[in-house]
Design a protein around this ligand. Structure first.
Ligand code: C2G
Length: 153
């Protein structure tokens, strides 16, 4: 009788924080089901993703500790998925602590520590700095600053 673990996420710009969480969750059982938020569902979360859903789903499915990747299309599908996959444990990172306690009537609910110092948001910030238009803005600003410095020389 396999012990099924379930989680959900956007997994944009897949990074080691996501991997740590998925591996920690897999260690709690034998079979890990991961719901990957669709682009439409993310729009509802107010989340702008860089990597399209199809690619995020493929990447998560390819992760060794993941047994099944499924689309996450609504907040409400969790109960359905818990029943469909006979889930023993639902788990999320600790930033969601308390948000899914109502699922305790269906299965165990755990919140695991997040990996500090990395997030898709911070990676997007880094990418923005490398973005060409942003570099042009920085060059323009440097031109203005050097003109001011010259006047004081
Ligand atoms: N996470 C983590 N450490 C990080 C970043 C993320 O442990 N440094 C965890 C989050 O706590 C979450 C999972 O990785 O459990 C996926 O994170 P996101 O892709 O940001 O997922 P989110 O947008 O929070 O979507 O229905 C639940 C939502 O779909 C969760």
């Amino acid at each position: 009788m396999r012990k099924v673990i379930l989680t959900y996420g956007t997994f944009d710009l897949f990074h080691v924080g996501h991997l740590n969480l998925l591996e920690r969750l897999k260690a709690l059982g034998d079979y890990l089901v991961v719901g990957v938020s669709t682009d439409e569902f993310n729009a509802g979360k107010g989340k702008q993703t860089i990597v399209p859903f199809e690619d995020r789903l493929r990447i998560v499915q390819a992760i060794r500790c993941v047994d099944l990747a499924i689309p996450e299309q609504s907040w409400a599908q969790k109960v359905e998925d818990i029943r469909r996959y006979d889930v023993s444990v639902f788990g999320m990172g600790a930033d969601w602590k308390g948000k899914f306690d109502e699922l305790e009537q269906y299965c165990e609910v755990v919140y695991l520590p997040r990996t500090e110092g990395i997030s898709s948001t911070s990676l997007k910030g880094l990418l923005r700095v490398l973005d060409k238009t942003h570099v042009d803005e920085l060059k323009q600003a440097l031109g203005i600053i050097s003109a001011i410095v010259e006047r004081f020389d």
